[in-house]
Design a binder for this molecule. Structure first.
Ligand code: ATP
Ligand code: MG
Length: 237
């Protein structure tokens, strides 16, 4: 840990998840530069910005799928580099734009995380999760036969099976047709409210950001261009 990193992680954090000076350089190119950002317990933050502005990079850094080249992230005030990666990714769950499901059936996919931790979920718990995401009775279906919207629901259930404290979503509806996208958006909104989850959602859809988020951050060229409530960011109030 460098002296700068010690300084960055030195003062207490009142946020559930906080980026401090978070930066990443890859192949000599700065992808994200000095991001300071806190998300409170139960808050939903939307990240918007042009293609290539660093939205996915930020999300991947938030659960250390990518490694910061400077700065760090605090989870409940703890520097996440001191948390074993498997535990970190259980506590900070991620849903991607295109669901990466494993070959097999829905139940095997949903139960993947708990099985990895030698704490397999009983079938009844898997069925409850499937009901919650609108896929009651899907447990034995092969994932290769699912529609895009159904696959995204499985992906969400698989992340929820880990009982994460923070949910990261990277454009979860942008690969779907309008109807499936509306269904997933409503489901995500309901779940984060009922679980009072802390959530960071990347979206290119400003209206979606305004519907789901308490605050919106706009990224541009790897830096924060604006941050505030949807009214402040969208209408400049
Ligand atoms: N490993 C890497 N090496 C070099 N450049 C990279 C690497 N990963 C991403 N980039 C570049 O970093 C920039 C930010 O990428 P990122 O995927 O975070 O953008 P984004 O805002 O999510 O874009 P989109 O809206 O298209 O998903 C892009 O210019 C991308 O080409
Ligand atoms: Mg992206």
């Amino acid at each position: 840990m460098s002296a700068l990193d010690r300084k960055l992680s030195g003062s207490p954090s009142s946020f559930k998840l906080e980026a401090r000076g978070l930066s990443r350089v890859a192949s000599g190119k700065p992808l994200l530069q000095g991001i300071d950002l806190g998300v409170s317990q139960g808050e939903t933050l939307a990240v918007i910005g042009p293609s290539g502005s660093g939205k996915s990079t930020l999300l991947r850094l938030l659960n250390r799928l990518d490694e910061p080249t400077a700065g760090t992230v605090l989870l409940e005030g703890i520097d996440y580099r001191t948390i074993p990666p498997q535990e970190l990714r259980r506590r900070v769950g991620m849903v991607m734009q295109a669901p990466h499901l494993f070959p097999g059936n829905v139940s095997q996919n949903v139960g993947y995380g708990p099985r990895q931790r030698n704490a397999p979920l009983p079938d009844s718990d898997i069925e409850v999760l499937l009901e919650r995401v609108g896929l009651a009775g899907y447990a034995s279906r092969e994932v290769s036969h699912l529609s895009g919207g159904e696959a995204q629901r499985v992906s969400l259930a698989r992340t929820l099976a880990n009982d994460p404290e923070v949910l990261l979503l990277d454009e979860p509806t942008s690969a779907l047709d309008d109807e499936a996208a509306r269904g997933i958006e409503a489901l995500v909104g309901d779940i984060i409210r009922e679980r009072a989850m802390t959530c960071v959602i990347v979206t290119h859809d400003l209206a979606q950001a305004a519907r789901l988020a308490d605050r919106i951050v706009i990224l541009n060229a790897g830096r924060i261009k604006a941050i505030g409530s949807p009214e402040e960011v969208i209408h400049g109030k």
